[in-house]
Design a binder for this molecule. Sequence first.
Ligand code: SAH
Length: 269
Amino acid sequence: MSRPFRVDERIIVVDSKGRQYLIKLAADGEFHTHTGFVPHADLLGQEEGVTVRSTTGARYTAMRPSLSDFVMRMPRGAQVIYPKDLGPILMLADIAPGVRVLEAGVGSGALSMTLVRAGANVVGYEIREDFARRAIANVEDFLGSASLGRYRVEVRDVYEGIDEDGLDVVVLDLAEPWRVVKHAEQALRAGGTLVAYTPSITQAVQLREALEASDFELAQTIEVLNRSWHIEGLSVRPDHRMVAHTAFLTSARLLGPVPGGLKSPGAPR
Ligand code: SAH
């Protein structure tokens, strides 16, 4: 099916070295680089995969951004969760269409758009109004205004409580997730899941202690390592550089109190 580029769409243009640029198409827009510029008019009405030339003859190939492309290049207020952790969070939290999620804090909305695109109904709590606005704008920008029917952000402090109840999932990306454990116990349905993203292991440990003293069971903490490979002719090896650390992911299910407790399940497969 033909779906040409339209005004106001965000697209990715890739140069011959593989460098990617996120641009928003405008009728009279121009995409400027060190090789001159490309008028947006050359891209409007074209299909994904089109290659155009800048005023000095450099080549640029255009396509729509994947969620991962968009997250890495969208406007940010707070630090975002990277794709390598966003995917696993969907699994740990068992996100599917219709799943009801409370997310705090919302930051730039990278996790929000991942949850909403997977079909979840998301309520976000965010203490900073500017971040709340930025997150909503980013979700709308990538997923369209219809997605806002499943996404709402309240400017409030999650440490003070959660008004929602019967939730399926609580996802946390903030400094002291252990302060949300009691509130999550009230807000989740039986069998619901808590997932927390914490850069520091001491945060994960403090969260695990709070979970231990709660009705959450089957707690586990993982980290996700993503090592890319260089594959070119006879040179086939891991890339020299990698992002060695982002954060720990801790998850648990609201199942208790279980007499005698449950053994920790170890790593998910
Ligand atoms: N996961 C987000 C980034 C979150 S950054 C993303 O992928 O884009 C952490 C956010 O938590 C910040 O925006 C901060 O303002 C917010 N925050 C910190 N403490 C909070 C609290 N007690 N209640 C609600 N939001 C909080």
